[in-house]
Design a protein around this ligand. Sequence first.
Ligand code: NAP
Length: 332
Amino acid sequence: MKRVVSFDVFHFSMAFLLFFSCGTSNNAVVSPAANQGIFDFASRTVMLNNGVKMPILGLGTYRLTPAEAEESVYHALLDGYRLIDTANAYMNERAVGRGIHRSGVPREEIFITTKLWPGDYEDVARAIDDTLARLNVEYIDLLLLHQPYGNVAEGYRGMEAALKQGKVRSIGISNFYEKKVGEIMSIATIPPAVLQVESNPYYHQVVMREYVNPYGTVLMAWYPLGGRVDEHNTQTLLFNEETIVEIAAAHNKTPAQVILRWHLQTGNIAIPGSRNPDHIQENISIFDFELTDEEMRRLSALDTGSGAFDFSNVDEEMDFGSFGTRDFNDQE
Ligand SMILES: NC(=O)c1ccc[n+]([C@@H]2O[C@H](COP(=O)([O-])OP(=O)(O)OC[C@H]3O[C@@H](n4cnc5c(N)ncnc54)[C@H](OP(=O)(O)O)[C@@H]3O)[C@@H](O)[C@H]2O)c1
């Protein structure tokens, strides 16, 4: 068991400063509950800042076709996964729902994360009802604002309302950088439980981790294995990185398993994407070994401080209208 969110003097001062720098409307800074932020490797969960337990390893479904998503979700749940990550924009929520129901695993044992697209931030109530219908479930475990653009304040308030109605159990944000996280914290009455951002051994997200720590917000890593090789070469570089290859050999594990174990020991919830049942099985077989402090130090030395995307460089006024008018219900 590793403590990954520590409310030491530094973070307490950060919380104090943020509280007063964000204005009096900010109720977002939280007092840590007893187990909050602790990654419990026995139960494979972390206690979020709202007291909800979330699995620390899950399956990602970005770029999976509906047929692939249904099969991957089905295999993952049979292999013991209990966290599935999807999004309105992935156009595979119906298939994710089918995979869940086909697995026979009780709904309450499964943690579903999905994401709203900016075009729907001003119509969150309807977007959530549509999402629930596509997934064919009564509630969403974690709902995120997918991108830091558009009317994020309205979107966040809409998610807070859904939380109070019981349609959503936890809320969070994705791809928000410092300035935009600050914007959310200044209006939030319920702080984000999770911040989903790109992270891998080349991109540790040290700044964002420290920035959200006072709120008890846990990091969730996308592209945990560097992303798909047809999009970026990060995964190829990571899998051939000497340090990672050496550590993998020492534990009789694959580079993918070492990277995923690094995420968990760092305090990142990891959601590797896969359409391959063998990879899905391999990626969850990481609870029978532990990286030493020295190995964690060697992996820390790989941090370059940047990743494939810099969301703060994208034009904030970008028109997401075309995505907003995209019909997310038009999927198999
Ligand atoms: N919030 C956001 O904006 C955002 C952005 C991107 C992604 N995400 C989420 O994060 C999840 C993870 O990201 P990702 O799927 O793009 O990238 P990723 O998990 O870093 O990498 C996926 C790639 O790794 C391969 N792979 C998986 N396990 C492997 C293994 N054990 N050995 C060798 N190759 C392996 C997969 O191929 P196979 O299919 O052949 O296994 C796939 O090509 C997504 O699926 C999505 O849910 C969120």
